[in-house]
Design a protein around this ligand. Structure first.
Ligand SMILES: Nc1ncnc2c1ncn2[C@@H]1O[C@H](COP(=O)(O)OP(=O)(O)OP(=O)(O)O)[C@@H](O)[C@H]1O
Ligand SMILES: [Mg+2]
Length: 263
């Protein structure tokens, strides 16, 4: 029996060989990223209730669902933040077991979470915000390359980061993630609070990031915009996965969108 069939048979039993990345349905190869049966709590509150999905290298996955469905919590669990606490499950990125790591180790292994509030550091210029991200290895993009992708940031490199417009702050937050060696980019509501014209600008930037083959999870209330960017979609409801398929399937299925996304 090959390792492959062994793993696949294990999976049908609801598990897989310990210490080996799980082999999921799509093509039988270990996924570049996989979240496997994640359960996570804030204190006593059971929020992430058995979430599983995988992503191929270079794919963009839209993680969608109503307010309170558990999207942010799932991203935080993947980035190995202290809360919510992961009590069960496995998270693999490029053959590395993130579930065994703390947040700083996950970051060192290529996970970058861009939170909703963007977390621009007060008192620092745009350039200093980017340089700070580059202090610790592994290093990602150079300042030159970042300013090429985000010319607006180049124009404003000496401006204090917190005085940027909302759209520019979002660009800075994404640029800061890319300043490190990122394997998995987790974006929590990158279009939040932005005017449609700015959303279009961020969308174009994310299209460029996609062309570069960055594996990405995008959480968005603006589901239609996220679905146009994404290859695949996972819908959460009350902390569980209720849909896993292509982005196009969600765009084509009005009933599904009404039921879980209210769009
Ligand atoms: N720090 C926390 N302590 C306790 N409960 C929390 C905490 N953060 C979130 N929750 C709860 O977890 C559930 C999921 O929240 P989460 O932020 O993951 O949802 P979401 O899908 O990102 O929603 P939204 O679209 O509104 O951002 C909610 O019921 C929320 O109240
Ligand atoms: Mg959220």
């Amino acid at each position: 029996m090959t390792t492959d069939t062994l793993l696949r048979e294990d999976l049908y039993e609801g598990g897989h060989a310990p210490g080996v990345a799980p082999v999921r349905g799509r093509g039988g190869a270990p996924a570049y990223f996989s979240a496997w049966d994640l359960h996570a709590y804030y204190g006593e509150s059971y929020i992430v209730q058995g979430v599983s999905f995988d992503i191929r290298e270079g794919e963009i996955l839209a993680l969608l669902g109503r307010n309170g469905a558990g999207k942010t919590s799932t991203l935080r669990a993947i980035a190995r933040m202290d809360a919510p606490g992961l009590t069960h499950g496995e998270i693999w990125l490029d053959h590395k077991p993130l579930h065994e790591m703390k947040a700083h180790q996950a970051a060192r292994n290529g996970v970058a979470l861009v939170p909703e509030d963007r977390c621009i550091i007060p008192g620092l210029t745009v350039q200093q915000n980017l340089q700070l991200a580059q202090i610790a290895p592994p290093h990602g993009w150079s300042l030159e390359r970042l300013y090429e992708l985000f010319p607006r940031l180049g124009e404003r490199k000496n401006q204090e980061g917190t005085t940027l417009s909302g759209g520019e702050q979002q660009m800075l937050a994404i640029a800061r993630a890319l300043a490190r060696d990122v394997k998995l980019l987790l974006l929590d509501e990158p279009y939040e609070g932005l005017a449609p014209v700015i959303v279009q600008e961020i969308e174009r930037t994310l299209e460029s990031v996609k062309q570069l083959g960055m594996t990405t999870v995008i959480v968005e209330q603006n589901a239609i915009a996220a679905l146009h960017l994404a290859d695949r979609a996972v819908i959460l409801d009350m902390g569980e996965v209720v849909f896993d398929g292509t982005a196009q399937e969600v765009l084509d299925n009005a009933d599904l969108r009404h039921e879980y996304l209210a769009v």
